[in-house]
Design a protein around this ligand. Structure first.
Ligand SMILES: Nc1nc2c(ncn2[C@@H]2O[C@H](COP(=O)(O)OP(=O)(O)OP(=O)(O)O)[C@@H](O)[C@H]2O)c(=O)[nH]1
Length: 302
């Protein structure tokens, strides 16, 4: 494994990078674009820091280690939110660089909330995504100028994550902000998350997509059983919601919605695990759990 590590001379740079932004600005698309489509699963390593690593990009003389920042909500004020916002600020003060993503031509209250969570002194690059959607290109420059007054951004880079435009420029702009140091991961490592974890992530992602605005607050996914044998994964997943009404929303009319969600998640798992997947899902009601500080610990938020 070690021979695939890039040669470490003194100018090699390695650093932790967090991608933040309000929902739907294109954070996942950007991460996927930067690290490429290939996802390989490796076991958690001893030298992995306390951060949750979502992707590693080793290119030229630099290694970018992307870390997870839990999502944050401004609509609901309960224990889960307070803890999540605390976690966000903690993670952001710990990383070497923050990529703050917004949409071209749009800067609203939800984006402002994110700026408020940026810790003092953090190195932040403003990524102005979806540049392809800005119909009037002449609006870009004044928009960038307006944004430069919002926060002392280290750099401002317009990109299109979806089309892969200018993402190389973004990496070049980001590299000098990583501290000098040897790579921590082998060049081929993309994620250190386990298959079990990724299974929950895929299901969660499909739920988010399908439920959209109706997403029940505090919903979570628990993998109750994960069995792996060559060419086959057997997964039992529970979707936990707060109320009976939420349960009905997730299941949909005649179970259609849950069926669609589970099918999409299963297909993605099969692709990633390169194996057949039997996925069983059901919805459980655990009332009030989102306000239970103890429940946070089990989710890793505290
Ligand atoms: N036109 C265009 N669409 C984009 C671009 N980047 C992302 N999108 C689309 O924007 C939507 C949201 O993208 P995501 O990557 O899921 O956004 P996100 O910020 O991770 O969203 P959350 O998971 O809700 O926080 C998707 O439909 C993407 O296809 C872009 O550069 N141009």
């Amino acid at each position: 494994m070690t021979e695939s590590k890039p040669a470490a001379d003194k100018s090699f740079r390695t650093g932790f990078v967090a991608i933040v932004g309000r929902p739907n600005v294109g954070k996942s698309t950007l991460l996927n674009r930067l690290i490429g489509q290939k996802i390989s699963i490796v076991s958690r390593k001893a030298q992995t820091t306390r951060h949750r690593v979502t992707g590693v990009l080793t290119e030229g003389q630099a290694q970018f280690i992307f870390v997870d920042t839990p999502g944050f909500q401004t609509r609901h004020k309960n224990a889960l939110n307070r803890a999540m916002n605390r976690t966000v600020t903690q993670v952001l003060s710990d990383v070497d660089l923050v990529l703050f993503v917004i949409e071209s031509g749009r800067y609203g209250p939800a984006d402002e909330q994110v700026v408020k969570l940026l810790p003092e002194g953090a190195k932040v690059i403003l990524v102005v995504n979806k540049a392809d959607l800005l119909e009037d290109k002449a609006r870009m420059l004044p928009f960038l100028q307006k944004m430069s007054a919002v926060y002392p951004f280290a750099e401002i880079v317009p990109v299109s994550a979806e089309k892969g435009r200018n993402t190389d420029t973004l990496l070049k702009a980001a590299e000098p902000y990583l501290p000098e140091g040897d790579p921590i991961f082998d060049a081929d490592d993309i994620t250190d998350r386990s298959e079990r974890f990724l299974a929950a992530e895929f299901l969660r992602e499909k739920l988010f997509r399908q439920l959209g605005e109706e997403l029940p607050y505090g919903m979570t996914v628990e993998i109750e059983k994960f069995e792996a044998e060559p060419g086959l994964r057997r997964i039992h997943a529970a979707i936990i919601v707060d109320r009976d009404a939420h349960k009905a929303m997730v299941i949909g009319k005649g179970g259609e919605r849950l069926k669609r969600i589970a099918t999409e998640a299963r297909l993605e798992m099969e692709k990633l695990f390169e194996s057949k997947v039997f996925l069983e899902t059901w919805v459980k009601v655990k009332s009030g759990w989102a306000d239970d500080e103890r429940a946070l610990k089990s989710l890793g938020y505290e």
